[in-house]
Structure formats: C-alpha cells, structure tokens
Design a protein around this ligand. Structure first.
Ligand SMILES: [Zn+2]
Length: 425
C-alpha cells in the first residue's frame, strides 16, 4: 500500500485510490494452494470447494451475480485416481510426484509384473518391435529414455505413435508400460480413461531396465462430473460495454490419496489478481461494467470457458476488452502478452504505460496462441490479451508449484499496470 501512495505522488498515476493489497493476494494463494482444496481438481470435490471459496470472496467484495447465484454449472467426464498410486521397481518404492507419475488417463492396475525392455532402436524397426510383442503378454514394457533432439521428425513420429499404441490400442497385450524419462515430471488431466496403464518414471530413480515392477493404482472414471464457473460483476458508469477479467481456478488435483498438485502459480496467482481487481473496482467505480470470471475445467481442455462462450451470461459482442490471467506469480523477467500483435494498438498502449511508470522489466509481445481460456473468446472474436508472468520459479504442473515458494515478485507493479491499462480503455 505505502509504496503505491508514494508512487502516486512521484509519478502522478491517474487512478485515485489503489486498493491493491499484496497481503490479500498472498492469503488467496496460500489458501487456494493449501491441502484444504486438494489441488482444485476432481478428487474429493477439490474444484467445488475452491469454487465455493471464490463465490464467498465475490460476495464479501460486493460483486453482483448475473443470475441468482455466482455459480454457472457444467458437466464433464474425468478420469481420477482417488485411492492408491503406488509403484515399486525391483525393490525400490518410488515417491509419487517426485520419481513417477501415473498417466492421468490410466485405468486401475494391481500386481507384480516382470518387465520387457524396449530400446528406442526397436521402436524404429517394425519387425523387431513385432517380435517383442510376442513375449509382452502380462509384462510391463519399459521404454528407454530418449532425448528428442537426437531423432529426426520421422523417427519422433514413430516413437510417439508407439507410445500412443501402448496407451490406447486394444492389440497391446502388455499389462502396462513405464516410460523412463530424463525430463522434469509434468502432469496433466484427462477426460477419458485409456486402455492400458502407463507410468512416467524419472530415469535416475531406477536401474535400467528394472527386472520387475509392483504396481497398485486405483482409478475411478466419472462420466458426469459436476464442475462450475464462478461469475460476478460490478456495474460501471457505462453499462453498454463490458470489461472482463478471467482466470481459471482449477488445477490437476490429486494423484492418489496422498499426492497433491497445489497449483500456486497455476493458477491460484491468477485468481489472486482477479480478486484484487474486483476489490479495487468495488471501491473505484469502473468506467465500464466489469465482469470477473473464475473458470473451472481449464486443465481438462478449457472446458469452463468453452461452456461459457456457448452459454454466455451477457452479450459477448458488448465486451470491450478481456484479460485472461493464467500464471501471475513471478514477473522477475516481466510479462508475456499473448494476442499482443493481434491487438497491436492496445499492446502499444500497455507497453507505453509500463515505460512511463517504470513498472515491469519487460512487456513481451506474442501472437495468438490457444494455450488458455482466452482462446475460447478468440473463437468468438472477442478482443483480448492473455498475460502471464516470466522468470522466477519454473515449477509447472508438478508437486513443486507451491505457495511457500511462489514469490509474487512483481505482483503490485503488475496490478498497477492492469488498472492503468483498463482505465484507459
Ligand atoms: Zn493454468
């Protein structure tokens, strides 16, 4: 707070009263990334609990619902792992999230299985591969690790096809597969259940190849999972046009009953920005009516946003500008603006504001990219930016994306930039 009063005096920032509140942002991130919300996914109603928390915050701040409630419901299918997620290679019990991940689409599997090593050279030689499958019955295939840089496009296509075959193909007679990997573990979420269980294992956590594996994975496929968006607004001086802020609140949830993917940067931080802006505009009446949307189902394929643009609560053509916050927790190297070159005039204005008030170290331009919820609004020709922070901690879709290590480095300056930008629309 103090810093901004000083800024106002020094730089003459146009906005009368900044209700920027870093302590509140920190509290929101801590809360949403805590165990209470179970990674805001599909085990233990994590996403529903998070949606209710956000709806309560909307109410406290004084946002109005478009209908009776802030909640807009939608359904999706989802594959979940609420029970066991155990993997032992030879005699080493691997740590979930640290040493291995179960593929989000994996079905249940239980038992001890001998292994069959799959060298990458086998995959590139069809007769050898066919021979291998003759002895794969009731075994776990263990695919050697590989560096994508070492292979041609055609070879990579063959390797990827093979991995898909392991997951999806009814002719795969193996009991399951292990993909050994040199890379950091990166999880995701799945709306479908695959045919065969697959695990990704960090190569340094096992001998290559292990002789046998012990697995216990419990999956529950939910056909009609009830998820939701949380939507509220503040009436502006001009109610004919809307400014819209969006951020997804969902994350990947849990892999088994013990392992949480907290999603502090992705995207508790974006919700913190959304709520802080809501607080600000509840005190400083905005020029245009301003809507705040916390989307669910983003990690399952932008599902909440997709539902919203098909069943909007206001006329999408009235949207003057929309900003999507997805990953707002660092900023050491500034921000990246997706659709910057699509809406060049607005980008230039944003960049000029940043320079004028010396806020972020860089405002980087990028073209269109279908990598978060704004993409659904692209398809409806709604002018928008998707902004994410650059630099700092790189944890992403893993167990290390935690509140404790998320610095919110440039949160205040980022907030100031957003308010100045929107007030100039
Ligand atoms: Zn995200």
């Amino acid at each position: 707070m103090k810093r901004h009063f000083l800024l106002l005096i020094l730089t003459g920032l146009s906005t009368a009263c900044f209700t920027q509140d870093l302590a509140y942002a920190r509290d929101v991130v801590d809360r949403l990334a805590s165990k209470e919300f179970k990674g805001r996914g599909y085990v233990g109603n994590g996403d529903g609990l998070a949606a209710n928390y956000i709806a309560k915050e909307f109410e406290k701040i004084g946002l109005k619902p478009f209908k009776k409630s802030y909640i807009q419901k939608f359904t999706t299918s989802v594959n979940t792992h609420p029970g066991a997620a155990l993997l032992t290679v030879d005699s080493t019990r691997l740590k979930p999230g640290v040493d291995f991940l179960a593929d989000p689409g994996s079905p249940s599997v239980f038992g001890q299985f001998p292994t069959l090593q799959v060298k990458i050279s086998y995959i590139l030689n069809l007769p050898v591969l066919r021979g291998l499958f003759r002895s794969a019955h009731e075994k776990f295939m263990v695919v050697d690790p590989f560096d994508r840089n070492d292979y041609t496009k055609e070879e990579l296509a063959k390797i990827d096809d093979f991995i898909n075959f392991l997951r999806f193909h009814p002719n795969n007679v193996a009991a399951g597969s292990i993909l050994l990997s040199y890379d950091k573990l990166t999880w995701s979420a799945s709306t479908s259940q695959y045919l065969r269980p697959t695990f990704t294992v960090k190569v340094d956590s096992t001998t290559v190849p292990p002789k046998y594996v012990n697995v216990h994975l419990d999956n529950v496929f939910v056909d009609k999972y009830k998820s939701q968006n949380v939507i509220g607004y503040i009436e502006g001086q001009n109610a004919d046009s809307l400014v819209v802020f969006v951020a997804h609140y969902d994350h990947l949830g849990m892999m088994g009953s013990e392992t949480i993917f907290p999603g502090a940067n992705d995207n508790a931080s974006g919700i913190a920005m959304l709520l802080n802006l809501a607080k600000h505009y509840s005190v400083n009446k905005p020029k245009y009516s301003t809507a705040f949307i916390a989307f669910g189902g983003e990690e399952l394929g932008l599902l909440g946003a997709k539902y919203f643009v098909e069943k909007p609560l206001f006329d999408l053509e009235k949207i003057k500008f929309l900003i999507n916050f997805d990953i707002s927790g660092t900023g050491d190297e500034g921000i990246q603006v997706v659709n910057g070159s699509v809406y060049q005039e607005q980008f230039d204005r944003l960049s000029a504001i940043n320079k004028k008030y010396s806020l972020l170290s860089q405002v980087k331009i990028r073209g269109a990219a279908c990598n978060s919820d704004h993409c659904m609004f692209d398809s409806k020709n709604v002018p928008n930016f998707f902004i994410y922070t650059l630099g700092g901690i790189q944890a992403y879709h893993d167990i290390y994306d935690r509140a404790e290590t998320l610095p919110l480095t440039e949160f205040e300056d980022y907030f100031t930039l957003m308010v100045e930008f929107v007030d100039g629309l």
